[in-house]
Design a protein. Structure first.
Length: 399
């Protein structure tokens, strides 16, 4: 049977995340949310939060101890993602995506000591927050089509051309490369053999500041504004041949499903943390606000809204814990559970953050309170790591 009690280690780590969230992450998240996008990622608030997160090791939780990671199990990592998202969901989203390069190297090419020493070890040693990494998959014309494995007409427009012992990357990734504008290194899907469709894609690791790599401006989005997203373009950007860590293969759908399994589980935890933030703020307000001669929590409709969000938090968390159990038992886990948990948690986050705004009435839509931000953030989580609609279709057609 499943044990729902936390170990002493888990309790301590979550406590550290909570203290950091309250003291550093939340003030920075609120400040960055109100900044113009072109200023946010060079601000002192952004760098203070990221360096603090790296110093505490929240960037390297999943990486093995032998390379400097914390070696935490998926259940513990999920607890931390929820806690960080409770205080700063945009920064938490940055950290989720931020370890993609070292994580993929350790998953796909741990025997490549040069790449481990070049990217993984320095990432784990970094306490400045500047060695965050980014994920370049979607393109202007390849978004949800990135799951269209069997149509040979569909392939990445970004190309990787073999030139001697090196590859030359050319093309562009969409404006939604997470950490794209600040990434020290990037993981990039690029087409090596267009005749094979998406199965003709390789996965490459490249320096974010390599010659031929150009970053676009930071996207000015509705929510998750502490998450940097920017377009990346490549103009014959050269990289050594061993920086292709996954070659074109019939196993491409398996790799893509593995990435979806891990990413969707993390996004689900972010949604639960966000719902907690909205619930706690609305609950405190409802206990203090008096209308019709009593605190508004005594009114049945308000109490019903609060009950429903706390039920959503508990039920979504339970499903996410099941997903983490699958990941701990057999990495990367069960795609059906992870995707279902993400869809459920993010849909309910959209619904219930809006309901918490209603509890505050007019105050809920002002920036004097945080609920309007939570409502904006929730909408982006339904798109993160695959739009919910396309994920449902992919899941129901997955063997």
């Amino acid at each position: 049977m499943i044990d729902f009690s936390l170990s002493d280690t888990q309790t301590r780590i979550v406590g550290t995340a909570r203290d950091f969230g309250r003291g550093v992450l939340e003030p920075a998240e609120l400040a960055v949310d109100r900044m113009p996008a072109e200023q946010a990622f060079s601000s002192a608030e952004y760098h203070r939060a990221m360096s603090g997160a790296f110093e505490l090791g929240f960037n390297r939780m999943t990486l093995p101890e032998q390379v400097g990671g914390l070696g935490l199990d998926p259940q513990t990592v999920g607890l931390v993602w929820e806690e960080l998202a409770r205080h700063g969901v945009g920064f938490a989203a940055s950290l989720v995506a931020g370890s993609v390069v070292p994580a993929l190297i350790m998953f796909l090419a741990p025997q490549n000591r040069r790449l481990v020493e070049k990217y993984v070890v320095p990432f784990c040693e970094d306490a400045s927050g500047t060695k965050i990494t980014g994920w370049g998959s979607s393109e202007p014309q390849i978004g949800s089509d990135g799951k269209n494995y069997d149509d040979l007409r569909v392939h990445h427009a970004t190309t990787a051309t073999l030139c001697g012992d090196s590859y030359l990357l050319s093309g562009a990734k969409s404006a939604f490369v997470s950490n794209g504008g600040v990434a020290w290194a990037l993981a990039v899907f690029a087409c090596v053999d267009a005749t094979r469709g998406l199965r003709g894609s390789g996965l490459f690791v490249i320096d974010g500041a390599a010659p031929g790599v150009t970053r676009g401006r930071a996207e000015d989005r509705l929510g998750l504004r502490a998450l940097n997203q920017a377009a990346i373009s490549f103009d014959d950007a050269a990289l050594p041949g061993d920086q292709m860590i996954f070659a074109p293969s019939e196993a491409y759908p398996v790799l893509h499903h593995s990435i979806m399994t891990v990413g969707n589980l993390a996004t689900g935890y972010l949604a639960v943390g966000l719902m907690r933030a909205a619930y706690e703020e609305a609950l405190a307000y409802a206990r203090e606000r008096v209308q019709w001669g009593q605190p508004i929590i005594k009114h049945q409709l308000v109490a019903k809204k609060l009950f429903e969000i706390q039920a959503a938090i508990e039920s979504c968390r339970a499903l996410l814990w099941k997903g983490s159990w699958h990941a701990k038992t057999s990495f990367p886990g069960d795609m059906k559970t992870s995707v279902t948990a993400k869809i459920l948690a993010t849909r309910l986050a959209v619904k219930h953050t809006a309901e918490m705004v209603q509890i505050l009435g007019g105050y809920g839509i002002t920036k004097d309170y945080k609920l309007e931000k939570y409502m904006r953030d929730a909408h982006l989580l339904t798109i993160m790591d695959g739009t919910n609609d396309t994920l449902m279709v992919a899941l129901m057609n997955h063997g």
